[in-house]
Write a protein that binds this ligand. Structure first.
Ligand code: GDP
Ligand code: MN
Length: 397
């Protein structure tokens, strides 16, 4: 589950990770009040106004702006709240901004220049260990750093039986070129950050930038936090941080009825049982010259009710020009599924307005094909994988 920057910072702060302080606001007036309160708490006169949406690259899209007085706070917050923010990580339509974080300006001048670093904590699946990935090149997107200057990205792997060790935190501070106060601050920052990662059952922390202020404090200026859905039962307070306005409405609906659905950009809807077969089906669609409109795993019980729910979800996407149903009847018999499809189709009346290609393979596949062919509905049947691909191609052209 993804959460907003301000929520991620709340979690970090609760584990003693130093953060750029801020207060979230829903309106321009609330933003002004937040700025006044922050000035009292921190002494800052300047504030950054940051759009709160589940997407990175907000700065590039005009979603992060510096305000030098309360009038600017009001103006900027007023402009950002309600805008459709387009960033390199959103679709072309962008994401609607419902709230902003009013934060203290932490790039104030002083003895040293402020410096930005990159730091993330995540699981390295090939070694089965958590790792801290970090770089001197903060503030820019890490994919570019990885491409152009890969030697500037460092990693530190953590042995789960002993946790992050002191020398590892010091190595990180050293590799970032720090000394004196900043060095000590960084080791504290890294230790607290790793504790936060483990205790919050997160699957990703991405802090870009981590800032060294002009007076050598180390803090998180940004926070992308992804929580592990499977551990949310242990964190009722985190579960409440879910903001479904940020999620795809069809995916939210699918979750409610227990279907595994992920929206994609293509024109061929897929209904498949089993995640592996679903992936293979998406490849098949590509080979046939189409693009998958979704990933949908209907699971083991493909009865009429579930099939109907699945059809309805797929058809909510108006880019869908055809639907490919690919079911392997192992535990569930193909003729049962075929009957389910026929029933669902009849039940839905005119709601199905695109051609459907059904490929059933496994137990009673021949009976199933006959059932569909004899139904008199606008459904094309296939038994072989290639046959199904050819039919997809045929209906698309
Ligand atoms: P992102 O663009 O979505 O990654 O949002 P960030 O939270 O990383 O902010 C983008 C950029 O805004 C940062 O890289 C900083 O350069 C800048 N920024 C953030 N906070 C401050 C601040 O307090 N003062 C100033 N002057 N710039 C800031
Ligand atoms: Mn950032």
């Amino acid at each position: 589950m993804n959460i907003h920057e301000y929520q991620g910072k709340e979690i970090l702060n609760s584990f003693g990770v130093r953060i750029q302080r801020g207060i979230v606001a829903q309106t321009a007036q609330e933003a002004v009040n937040a700025a006044k309160e922050l000035t009292e708490q921190t002494g800052t006169g300047w504030h950054v106004i940051k759009a709160q949406v589940h997407a990175g690259g907000r700065g590039k899209g005009g979603g992060v702006k510096l305000a030098k007085n309360l009038k600017e706070v009001e103006e900027i917050a007023g402009n950002i709240i309600g805008m459709n923010l387009v960033t390199p990580q959103t679709s072309a339509e962008g994401k609607k901004v419902h709230q902003v974080l009013v934060a203290e300006d932490v790039y104030y001048p002083g003895d040293n220049e402020p410096e930005e670093y990159y730091m993330s904590v995540l699981l390295n699946r090939s070694t089965g260990r958590n790792m801290i990935m970090y770089s001197t090149e903060g503030g820019m997107d890490i994919e570019t750093v990885a491409e152009e200057t890969p030697h500037l990205i460092f990693t530190e792997e953590i042995d789960p039986s002993v946790g992050l060790l002191g020398f590892q935190a010091r190595r990180i501070a050293f590799n970032l070129g720090l000394s004196g106060t900043a060095f000590k601050e960084m080791t504290k920052f890294v230790s607290a950050l790793y504790t936060a990662f483990e205790k919050s059952d997160s699957s990703l922390f991405e802090i870009n930038p981590v800032l060294k202020t002009s007076d050598d404090k180390i803090m998180a200026v940004d926070a992308k936090v992804t929580l592990d859905d499977n551990a949310l039962f242990r964190h009722k307070d985190y579960a409440e941080m879910r903001d479904i306005r940020e999620e795809n409405p069809t995916e939210v609906e699918a979750k409610k009825v227990g279907l595994n659905y992920v929206a994609l950009d293509g024109n061929v809807g897929c209904m498949v049982n089993g995640a592996g077969l679903a992936m293979a089906t998406m490849d098949l669609i590509k080979q046939a010259g189409g693009e998958p409109a979704n990933f949908l795993d209907v699971g083991g019980t493909a009865d009429a009710k579930r099939v109907e729910e699945a059809f309805r979800l797929i058809l909510k996407d108006d880019k869908v020009e055809a639907i490919l149903v690919n079911i392997f009847g192992g535990i569930v018999r193909c003729d049962r599924v075929a009957q389910g499809i026929v029933d669902a189709y009849k039940n839905m009346g005119d709601a199905i307005n695109v051609p459907i290609i059904v490929r059933l393979q496994g137990t009673n596949a021949d009976v199933a094909k006959k059932l569909i062919d004899d139904s008199g509905l606008g459904v094309h049947s296939a038994v072989q994988f290639q046959e199904a691909a050819d039919k997809v191609q045929e209906v698309l052209s």
